[in-house]
Design a protein around this ligand. Structure first.
Ligand SMILES: [Zn+2]
Length: 155
């Protein structure tokens, strides 16, 4: 349900598990055992997590930027600066490593730095998708700033 949000949080470098095969009980156990935040829109799961003492964030926002802003607000951190070298693979959550330019031939931007997922092998580089990611980042920061300035009277 929140696969798109999971992919975006991985781009920020967060270790995000997204597995639609896990049931509520498995999600709660995994979050508790691995000291992870559980992100959910399911009120029942949210309440159960609270009762069990699992760190949980109820996502009520209508789009990924709103949901990501809720996550950062709930956890109490600023979104980190987007850096490809600090990102995780949006597809599989694997770490990325810089590729040797001679190892990889990237058609559109032959001189840009490339990154390869150490788990699935997918290649990444700063290309046409990057402005959309930066736009997403700006939207999150605007949402966070708007909320803080309304609540605290500054900004
Ligand atoms: Zn991967």
């Amino acid at each position: 349900m929140h696969g798109s949000l999971a992919r975006k949080l991985r781009i920020y470098g967060y270790d995000v598990i997204y597995d639609t095969k896990l049931g509520d009980k498995d999600l709660l156990n995994k979050a508790a055992e691995e000291d992870r935040w559980l992100l959910t829109s399911d009120r029942s799961l949210y309440l159960t997590a609270l009762k069990r003492g699992v760190k949980v964030c109820l996502l009520l926002g209508g789009d990924d930027a709103s949901r990501a802003a809720e996550v950062f607000r709930k956890i109490g951190i600023e979104p980190p600066t987007l850096k490809p070298e600090a990102s995780r693979c949006p597809v599989c959550n694997g770490l990325l490593q810089i590729c040797n330019p001679e190892e990889v031939r990237v058609k559109r931007k032959p001189k840009s730095t490339s990154y390869r997922c150490i788990v699935c092998g997918k290649l990444y580089w700063i290309g046409s998708h990057w402005p959309r990611i930066m736009s997403f980042d700006r939207r999150i920061r605007q949402l966070l700033k708007g909320r803080y300035s309304r609540r605290n009277g500054y900004g």
